[in-house]
Design a protein around this ligand. Sequence first.
Ligand SMILES: [Zn+2]
Length: 295
Amino acid sequence: MTAASGIGHAAGKINVMTTTEDLAAIAREIGGDKITADSIAKGYQDPHFVEPKPSFLLKLQKADLLAVVGLQLEIGWLPPLQTQSRNAKIQVGGPGYLDMSQFCQILEIPQGQVTRAMGDVHPLGNPHYWLDPQNGRRIAKAFADKFSQMDGGDAAFFQQQYASFDKRLADAEKGWVAKMAPYKGRKVVTYHRSWPNFCERFGLDVVDYVEPRPGIPPTPSHTLELINRMKSENVKLLLMEPYFDRKTPDSVAHAVGGEVAMLMPSVGGNKEITTYFQLFDYDINTLVNLFQKFK
Ligand SMILES: [Zn+2]
């Protein structure tokens, strides 16, 4: 590696920090042994709400690059950490700041005036976009281009890594789409709006949510409406994330004779899932097993 190339990092590996484990996993696919990547939030945590720790500051101080999901996913916890790190490179607009949302297909972008008054934690569009492999591919390309810019001597390596990732992902996607094909158009309910990209990609129809609004806990009146809707539309599966309380989802599933599908929204959601590929393997296998129970 040539130390003097690009926009600057200390000689040696590019030190990448990411907000989520998904971004770190994709960074490793592209950066190989020429980078180190670590994430702030763990995959089993709700990425909207992460408790800042002093150890995060130390890591951010040393980072050459900070990659974020953006769309205000991290607004509740990241900005003070960035400021307190006093690392000019990783401030918004800095040479080592990479907002992946700008490269990806974003769903649920609000029309008209945006307000947080109703507690909506998705005011700029849905930030859970990494759950479509097409967006994972775009994230990977953004990393390849950024690493190439930062370490010009290894640009060919990073682009080769991207080409390899792209091909492996395309092969895996064929398998995932084939597994989900028999269930195309199935109606599901989700807890939080974590799954629009996933469901659009794999052909599921999300008819309602346990949360009345993104970030707002379930209410008795909304839960009753939800149960009635699921009964009338014959919806049996409720997709949820591991960091929410199961009480309401379990009672809803019981009321409609259905089941809760505990899916993993991120790499690191459990110990089995250490790569971006394993994330989709896990979620799709979990769904297929449950769909087979409800013809
Ligand atoms: Zn969200």
